[in-house]
Design a protein around this ligand. Structure first.
Ligand code: 3AM
Length: 180
């Protein structure tokens, strides 16, 4: 019998941006600031789905495959800390409309398919550190990592031998980028 999987929709980051981000993190946050997210695990969550049965996964994949919207450029130009959840994050000061639309569509599809969705508004972010429950100085965002988003993906989250592993299961292309 197939088992349910813990799934979420997300955007991947280009490899070179992942590397630049971890260098920036190493330069600004001492190693004991919190639990560092591995470079390969850096992502931007669009919709968290929770434990999903194989049947519901197929439904969600079919719905995701129907999304037709143009890609967009993401500017990672903000950083902050959520003390309550102990998360240090990177984000964007002006989320592109395409990002908000994509997340909103995936969340609505998930809710219609019976996945519980948080009533919290969508705060697009890339988690850099977890368990950072003491306030740390967040450097002024004197950076801007910018990259085109041309696809989104469905990811499985597993906790194996004390480590979180994210495995992309499927990717869907967005339509060609809108001229800016
Ligand atoms: O790494 P970020 O912050 O993008 O926090 C979890 C992570 O987000 C979030 O889903 C992403 C992949 O694990 N997550 C985990 N449990 C969640 C829940 N119950 C959740 N988001 C909402 N509700």
């Amino acid at each position: 019998m197939s088992e349910s999987k813990r799934l979420f929709f997300a955007l991947a980051l280009p490899d070179e941006i992942q590397q630049q981000i971890i260098h920036w993190r190493a330069a600004h946050f001492p190693a004991d600031t919190g639990r560092q997210i591995a470079a390969a695990n850096l992502h931007l969550t669009l919709a968290f789905l929770g434990e999903v049965s194989p049947q519901k996964q197929r439904t969600l994949e079919t719905l995701a495959g129907r999304i037709r919207q143009p890609g967009f450029t993401l500017n990672v130009d903000d950083a902050g800390q959520w003390l309550r959840s102990g998360v240090v994050w990177l984000g964007t000061r002006q989320p592109p409309r395409g990002l908000l639309q994509l997340a909103s569509m995936l969340r609505a599809q998930a809710a219609r398919s019976g996945c519980w969705q948080s009533p919290q508004p969508f705060h697009p972010h890339i988690t850099l550190l977890r368990d950072a429950s003491h306030a740390v100085p967040i450097p002024a965002p004197g950076f801007c990592w910018s990259f085109p988003v041309t696809e989104f993906m469905l990811v499985e989250s597993q906790f194996l031998r004390g480590r979180t592993r994210y495995t992309p299961l499927q990717r869907w292309p967005l339509l060609p980028l809108e001229k800016q």
